[in-house]
Design a protein around this ligand. Structure first.
Ligand code: SF4
Length: 285
């Protein structure tokens, strides 16, 4: 697929149009993230019947319903555990998890670290909007310090999770981060994550205009995504031939792009070989 895919990609070909109008608030970043994901799927030419989308609870989880593929909307915090069984039983499928910061890092935090550790072949797109949007705007594990939410009325006092650092430490073999304003870069990152054999964790900084933005007086969507962009820096910034030579950026910025990547055995392959060895042992062959 060449660079002209921006012209030939038609998102309508990948949507369940009978589900529209969608429920997202005007300016919500989740729609941009969905577009990037579907664009990456289009470029990789993944057939719909080989695509399995698993989503959890929250605004992020609802967008799976609009995708014309095999979709599963599962219980809160459990999309990665459900997807693990699916990826193990059906290695022929491209399994994608769409989750949010609350779904993935709070109630689903345990499943997240073990999915990273096992390295099953799937891609997890975590939409980080710093809040539980659908359930009324409660603080999540990624709510920035001093931000107002319905459960932090005088400003959040809890430190935040760096989801990508957590995923890397837990063993995810592909980890990346992007902001929705960088749509082609986000598409490229998702494309590389989808093509990677193993567990890919991709954090997308997405704006919640209606609940988080309004409560914190952050403006409309353009102001919010420009603010997010100003807090990011490319992971290659300051590098020459892959070596970081300088880091003249502000202390509070987060890196974007591919943050860590390694090749190691995929869990499904290891499991199936192990099972075959046990069967052979039992049958005396
Ligand atoms: S509540 Fe926030 S995250 Fe949910 S759809 Fe509205 S803007 Fe998007």
């Amino acid at each position: 697929m060449d660079s002209s895919s921006a012209d030939s990609f038609n998102i309508r070909d990948f949507l369940r149009l009978d589900m529209f109008p969608h429920f997202l608030c005007p300016g919500c970043g989740h729609g941009i993230a969905m577009r990037a994901l579907l664009w990456a799927i289009y470029e990789l030419e993944i057939p719909k019947d080989k695509l399995a989308i698993v989503s959890g609870i929250g605004c992020s989880g609802r967008i799976g319903a609009y995708i014309d593929a095999n979709t599963f909307h599962v219980t809160h915090g459990r999309p990665l555990s459900f997807a693990s069984g699916l990826a193990l039983a059906r290695p022929d499928l491209n399994v994608i998890v769409i989750t949010g910061d609350g779904d993935c890092l709070a109630i689903g935090g345990n499943h997240m670290i073990h999915a990273c550790r096992r390295n099953l072949n799937m891609t997890c797109m975590m939409l980080n909007n710093e809040v539980y949007g659908m359930t009324g705007g409660q603080a999540s594990p990624t709510t920035s310090e001093a931000r107002y939410t319905t459960t932090s009325q005088s400003g959040c006092i809890e430190p935040v999770f760096d989801a990508c650092a957590l995923a890397t430490a837990a063993g995810a073999s592909f980890v990346g981060r992007e902001v929705t304003i960088h749509l082609p870069d986000l598409k490229d990152l998702l494309r590389q994550g989808l093509a990677h054999k193993g567990f890919s964790f991709i954090e997308v900084l997405s704006d919640c205009t209606e609940v988080f933005g309004r409560k914190n007086n952050l403006g409309e969507s353009p102001e919010m995504i420009l603010s997010q962009k100003s807090r990011m820096r490319p992971s290659s910034y300051g590098s020459v031939d892959g070596n970081i030579v300088d880091e003249p950026f502000r202390a509070n910025t987060l890196p974007t792009g591919i943050l860590s990547r390694n090749e190691r055995p995929e869990y499904g392959d290891t499991y199936r070989k192990h099972a075959a060895d046990i069967r052979a042992l039992k049958s005396g062959k």
